[in-house]
Structure formats: structure tokens, C-alpha cells
Design a protein around this ligand. Structure first.
Ligand code: SF4
Length: 435
């Protein structure tokens, strides 16, 4: 057998053309090796996605104001590596030198300590119907206090909330204004300046949600993993008041922080953005496998889960890939797990693409039903009959009918079909009385 020549094994000078060919061969081998060594694929994806901001931490004056407000906290789940730090919250695993800012924009290395800049300083909050999350099988018709800070662990080309998810906390909040802590009794309205400077700390957030007659608090709009410390403490405070917690998440979180947070989470709406690692990297700067792990762990820990999948033309509209996604949901989360197939609208960096054709969505619903899923909904489409109707999986009677986040008819009787008595999976009763 002839031994393959190794670059550098010869004592003769390497001709330029030969060196270039070896370089090309090595590059091809590296890419081909992905299929032989899965860890290499993960390393390459991680290296590509951990897109940090070197030297972008706030200056001393801004840092002092941020601390005074209580908007900075030492982060959870990170490693100290001499003067450097490595965040272990999400699979990006950002490695930061002193003065650097993270991929998610709201974590910084200050003198060898990792801090979050997103604590008690939401850039937006709102009372939404739970159907808007969307959660269709969880306390239907209830109100959810919805809260977000700036920053996200992903960089989705189609992000509908990019004005906050792709912003630093300092671009949405102003610590120089007069201090204003929001808590009951609530003002009738807020000015823009008040919104930019207000604090809403976890204990106040829980009190505000209760004062507004909300059954749940939803951590949503951007990504709760990116504001993990605020999410975790808020979840504890919300539970202490007898309310419930809802995560609306991309699911990209490491297992250890997830297992710390999940016992305080009652329901999760997880965005399964595709079923192909290459597309996840290209469309979302993320990875599929950790999202699947998150879904498995949430299921194992008894969190109510609903999955959403946005059908983006030319990215996530391949029928065979979608069929595999639906089959995975049925096999790992069960046939009763609701799947929301959602229509893409041109936005952010994909304004050149058309909205998802209706036929593509209808075919996706049929494919998902064909894989055994009982509750498949079509979202973001107006005027399509039964797109958001819950049917009995046994006798096919229409049970809950909806129209743009509102319930127009609810025939469920104590969580069961009134016609055939089949129990419908979900959490239908209101939260237990506090006491
Ligand atoms: S949570 Fe933020 S800082 Fe931590 S690894 Fe993920 S992107 Fe990086």
C-alpha cells in the first residue's frame, strides 16, 4: 500500500501549487469529517455561532449607573478561567475576555466576573391572552402578564421582534432618568421616558401580574434564556403568589440551567424552527440537537408543552423534513402534544421572500396528522375555517373554536368531549386558590 504523502513530511521545498492543493484537500477533509466525527461538527457550529462583541462592555460611568439601579447581577452558570469567563447557559458557550460582551448582548466580563445587564429592567411588558403565546391547551381564555428584556441567544433572519432581540439592554433602557420602581398601586398609564427608566424587580413583577388579574407570567418576545437570572427569580416569586409561569422559548439552553429552572415552569411554548442542523445554523445561528434535548427534559419534568414551527419558504418548507419533525414530536412528546404550524410573513432580513402559501400550510397539517398528531393548528392566517379549532381526537367533534386569540366557543366539559367523553390533553382548570 502506498502511503499518502503528509504535508511537512518531506525535507524538500513544497512547490506552491502542491501546497495549495494540500490546503484544499485538508479543508475538504475537515468538512467531510463532520459526518465521521459528530463532535467536530458541533465544534464548528459552536465556533460559528459564538459571535461575541469584543471590548463592548459599558464604560465605567454607565456601569456605575447600571449597578446603582440594580440592573446588573453576577451571572449564574459560568466558569472563571483566570481573567476570562465562559458562560454555560446556552450552547453558544461564549468565551469572554475582560471588557467583552456576549453573543446575546446582555452579558459582560468585568474584571474576571460574568455579569448579566438584564435584571429587573424589562424593555417591554404587556397583558396578553394566553392564546397569543400561543398556548391553546393551557388555561384557555386566561390573561398572561408578558415580559421581555433586550437580547437573544439566536440571530434568526426572520425574527419578528428583532428591535428588542437584537439590541443591547443599554439601547432599550436609560439609567440616567429619575428612578422609578413599578409596583402596585399601578399608574393609569406610562410615558415612554418612564418605560425606559423603570425597574420591575421579580417580587414587584409578581405583584403587578396579580394586580392585573393574570393567571400566568410569560417570559417571551425575546428569549428568556438570555435573561435567565431575572427569569429564574421571577418564576420563584410568581409561584410564591400562587400564579403560574410560562416560557416562550427557542429551547436553546444547556441542560443544567434548564433543570434548575424547569421545576418553576408550568407551561412551555417551544419554537422548533426546523429539523435540519444546516438550516438551523443558516436561518437561526443555532443548533437543533439542544432544542430536542430541551423538549425531552421538559417532558420528563412534567411541564405542559406546545410546539410551534414556522414554515419559511425555501428554508423550512421541505415536506419530507417537516414530516420527520412531526414524527419526532409524536414519538418523543406524544400524539397529544399540540403542534402549531405557523405562516411566515416577510420581515427583518427575509423581506424578499413571500408569505408561506396556504397550500403549503394545509399540506403540512395533513402530514402532521398523518404522523399521528391529534392537535395540529395553523397560525398567522386569517379567515381559514377551523385553522385554530380543537377537535376531539376520537369523535372529531369541534370542541374549542378560536378567532384571532379569542375563544368564540368552548364545549369542553371538565376537560372532556361532551359528545363521547374522551379526555382532551391539556390544563383546563384555573390555578388553585392561593393560601
Ligand atoms: S446565554 Fe448569552 S452569554 Fe451565555 S452562552 Fe448563551 S449567548 Fe453566550
Amino acid at each position: 500500500m502506498t502511503r499518502v504523502p503528509q504535508p511537512g513530511s518531506t525535507t524538500r521545498p513544497i512547490p506552491r501549487r502542491q501546497a495549495l492543493l494540500w490546503g484544499a484537500d485538508a479543508t475538504l477533509a475537515l468538512f467531510a469529517a463532520d459526518s465521521w466525527f459528530p463532535w467536530l461538527a458541533r465544534w464548528r457550529q459552536r465556533a460559528a455561532s459564538a459571535d461575541i462583541f469584543p471590548g463592548d462592555a459599558p464604560d465605567d460611568a454607565l456601569w456605575a449607573l447600571w449597578q446603582q439601579r440594580g440592573w446588573a447581577r453576577e451571572a449564574l452558570h459560568y466558569l472563571k478561567l483566570g481573567p476570562n469567563v465562559q458562560c454555560k447557559l446556552c450552547p453558544n458557550n461564549c468565551l469572554l475576555k475582560p471588557g467583552d460582551r456576549s453573543h446575546c448582548r446582555n452579558r459582560i466580563n468585568r474584571n474576571g466576573t460574568l455579569y448579566t445587564l438584564a435584571y429587573g429592567n424589562p424593555c417591554t411588558f404587556h397583558v396578553d391572552p394566553i392564546e397569543k403565546k400561543p398556548l391553546f391547551h393551557y388555561l384557555p381564555g386566561s390573561r398572561s402578564f408578558s415580559v421581555a428584556t433586550a437580547g437573544c441567544v439566536f440571530r434568526c433572519l426572520n425574527c419578528q421582534n428583532w428591535e428588542i432581540s437584537q439590541r443591547k439592554p443599554e439601547e432599550t433602557k436609560d439609567p440616567r432618568g429619575p428612578e422609578f420602581r413599578l409596583r402596585p398601586p399601578l399608574p393609569a398609564s406610562l410615558t415612554r421616558a418612564q418605560l425606559q427608566s423603570l425597574s420591575l424587580f421579580p417580587e414587584d413583577l409578581a405583584a403587578v401580574a396579580e394586580a392585573l388579574a393574570c393567571a400566568t407570567v410569560s417570559y417571551t418576545y425575546s428569549e428568556p434564556t438570555a435573561f435567565y437570572e431575572y427569569t429564574l427569580e421571577s418564576c420563584r416569586q410568581v409561584r410564591a403568589r400562587g400564579l403560574r409561569n410560562v416560557l416562550v422559548t427557542c429551547g436553546s439552553i444547556e441542560e443544567r440551567p434548564l433543570r434548575e429552572l424547569a421545576p418553576f415552569v408550568d407551561a412551555a411554548h417551544v419554537d422548533l424552527k426546523g429539523f435540519d442542523e444546516g438550516i438551523y445554523q443558516k436561518l437561526n445561528s443555532g443548533r437543533l440537537e439542544p432544542v430536542l434535548r430541551t423538549l425531552r427534559v421538559l417532558r420528563e419534568l412534567g411541564v405542559w408543552i406546545e410546539v410551534i414551527h414556522l414554515v419559511v419558504p425555501t428554508y423550512t418548507d421541505a415536506p419530507d423534513v417537516f414530516r420527520r419533525l412531526a414524527a419526532w414530536v409524536a414519538a418523543h412528546l406524544g400524539p397529544d402534544c399540540p403542534l402549531h404550524v405557523s405562516r411566515f410573513q416577510p420581515q427583518h432580513k427575509l423581506t424578499h421572500l413571500p408569505p408561506t402559501p396556504l397550500d403549503t400550510l394545509l399540506r403540512a397539517r395533513e402530514l402532521a396528522r398523518g404522523e399521528g398528531l391529534h392537535h395540529v393548528y395553523i397560525g398567522n392566517v386569517r379567515g381559514l375555517p377551523d385553522a385554530e379549532t380543537t377537535f376531539c381526537p376520537k369523535c372529531h367533534a369541534a370542541l374549542i373554536e378560536r378567532d384571532v386569540f379569542a375563544i368564540t366557543r368552548n364545549r369542553l366539559r371538565t376537560g372532556a368531549c361532551p359528545d363521547c367523553g374522551t379526555r382532551i390533553a391539556g390544563v383546563w382548570s384555573p390555578p388553585p386558590a392561593r393560601g
